[in-house]
Ligand binder design. Structure first.
Ligand SMILES: Nc1ncnc2c1ncn2[C@@H]1O[C@H](COP(=O)(O)OP(=O)(O)O)[C@@H](O)[C@H]1O
Ligand SMILES: [Mg+2]
Length: 445
């Protein structure tokens, strides 16, 4: 048996020898073939099989699918993150740097933080499995101590548990996935001390704590978010000062923005970041990703997603009364109208949902009007410009409620959702009654 080291040494020798000539490169291959062939007794098969570099592995595909289930639009950022994850899985990432470092730019409420949560959810099964550093909260040097701890002897040394210790970093590791996610939110607000810390971590993947322990960041993905460029982006959409939307803004809201304008928006983001951040910082990043402003079609999908999440929350342990709700189409249109605002992206939508839907539902639960096993429909009252709530049925067995939800397509609600299917629910009530009667009859007998 030939020692692999010998093969490598010989191949190095051969490459050195023949490096500059194509003809000789063939010689090198032939030489290597002979070596390998004689080393393991198997014959080398000569091939010239084309390979598809666009194919991704199963795990990266799963991540991609999971992210698309939770994030509406933002295809480019998702693609780039999946690419980098694939590089990591293949063992091709640089061993002395963090697994990945990303700067997320773009207007507020477009999914920057949500994407990091979705990643943690997909890879380690918990959206909260990340360490979040709000850069605005670490402006002064004593606040940095919250991150790295203070040196021994300093007041409070024993009480501080640094936020960025190795234990904290590794706390969400699973048997299968040894990855940590650290998010630096609003990174443009970081103080100089925090910048220095960040630069060190990006460059060498280590951080020295106050008590000189070292924290290893080589199994960490680092995300930084910033709203920089948001003003420039919106001025592309609304070129003249004032409150009337520009043509581009109308196109954007309608989701028909042309590729040129979309590119302009991306460039505006990156340029704003280049003006604000040092080249030293920008050069250490793996990717700068610009999140697009969301238009009406995206907000519509996000509304469905959020309504499904709300239903999931009601079914999960957080409420002792799992009931089922559904919205009519006009009720959904109302929430969309209330929640559409270019400036705050989906944040505004979430606020509208809280105000118009979640709070009233909570009142109904608290006052005992809605109980477990109820079917609640939500309609729109145009004269009062608000939502109306009806109880359509009660004592519905749990399995029937889940079946109904299944029927309506709880696939993340991207394409259609129970939320538009109050009609479906109303249609189902007589059948649920029949089923209920049949069940109790069989219990009696
Ligand atoms: N592209 C998106 N897809 C799905 N939900 C989104 C998207 N953008 C925003 N949201 C919703 O709005 C909320 C706020 O978005 P977030 O990611 O925190 O915004 P930011 O870009 O300011 O970090 C999220 O929790 C999520 O519910
Ligand atoms: Mg955010």
């Amino acid at each position: 048996m030939l020692n692999p080291k010998v093969i490598i040494a010989s191949s190095k020798h051969l490459t050195n020898h023949f490096q500059h000539s194509h003809a000789c490169f063939r010689h090198f291959i032939l030489g290597l073939e002979t070596l390998v062939a004689s080393s393991n007794g198997r014959n080398v098969t000569k091939l010239r099989k084309p390979l598809d570099v666009r194919q991704t592995g199963e795990e990266a595909e799963k991540l991609r699918a999971d992210l698309h289930k939770r994030i509406v639009g933002q295809d480019e950022p998702i693609q780039q993150i999946v690419n980098l994850y694939q590089t990591y899985l293949a063992g091709m990432a640089s061993p002395s740097r963090p697994v990945g470092s990303f700067l997320f730019l773009g207007p507020t409420g477009t999914g920057k933080t949500r994407l990091v949560e979705a990643m943690a959810e997909s890879l380690v099964g918990d959206a909260r499995a990340m360490i979040k550093v709000d850069c605005a909260e670490f402006q002064h040097s004593h606040e940095i101590a919250k991150l790295v701890g203070s040196p021994p002897g300093y007041l409070g040394h024993r009480e501080t548990h640094p936020l960025l210790s190795q234990e904290v970093l590794d706390q969400y590791h699973t048997e299968k996935v040894k990855l940590s996610f650290v998010l630096f939110d609003e990174v443009e607000k970081a103080s100089d001390a925090l910048w220095n810390l960040l630069l060190g971590v990006l460059d060498k993947a280590t951080l020295t704590l106050g008590d000189t322990r070292r924290v290893d960041f080589t199994q960490t993905m680092i995300f930084m978010t910033s709203n920089l460029g948001a003003a420039e982006m919106s001025s592309i959409l609304r070129p003249r000062l004032g409150f009337t939307p520009g043509d581009k803004e109308r196109e954007q809201l309608a989701g028909t923005l042309d590729g040129d304008t979309a590119d302009k928006i991306s460039r505006a983001g990156v340029e704003a970041a280049r003006r604000r951040f040092t080249p030293e910082f920008m050069n250490r990043l793996d990717k700068v990703l610009v999140f697009r402003p969301l238009g009406e079609p995206e907000l519509r999908k996000i509304l469905n997603l959020e309504l499904n999440l709300l239903q999931q929350r009601i079914f999960s342990s957080s409420t002792p009364t799992p009931f089922f709700f559904a919205l009519t189409a006009p009720a959904k249109e109302f929430l969309l109208r209330e929640g559409t605002d270019l400036k705050y992206g989906a944040r505004h939508l979430r606020r509208a949902m809280e105000r118009e839907l979640v709070n009233p539902l909570s009142n109904l639960i608290a006052s005992g009007q809605v109980r477990g096993g109820d079917l609640v429909s939500v309609d729109f009252d145009s004269s009062a410009n608000s939502l109306l709530f009806f109880k359509e049925a009660e004592n519905v067995p749990e399995h029937a409620v889940f079946k109904l939800w299944d029927l309506a397509g709880s696939d993340g609600g991207k394409n259609h959702s129970i939320a538009a299917e109050a009609e479906l629910m109303q249609a189902a009530v007589p059948f649920l009654e029949l089923e209920h009667r049949a069940l109790s009859a069989s219990e009696r007998s």
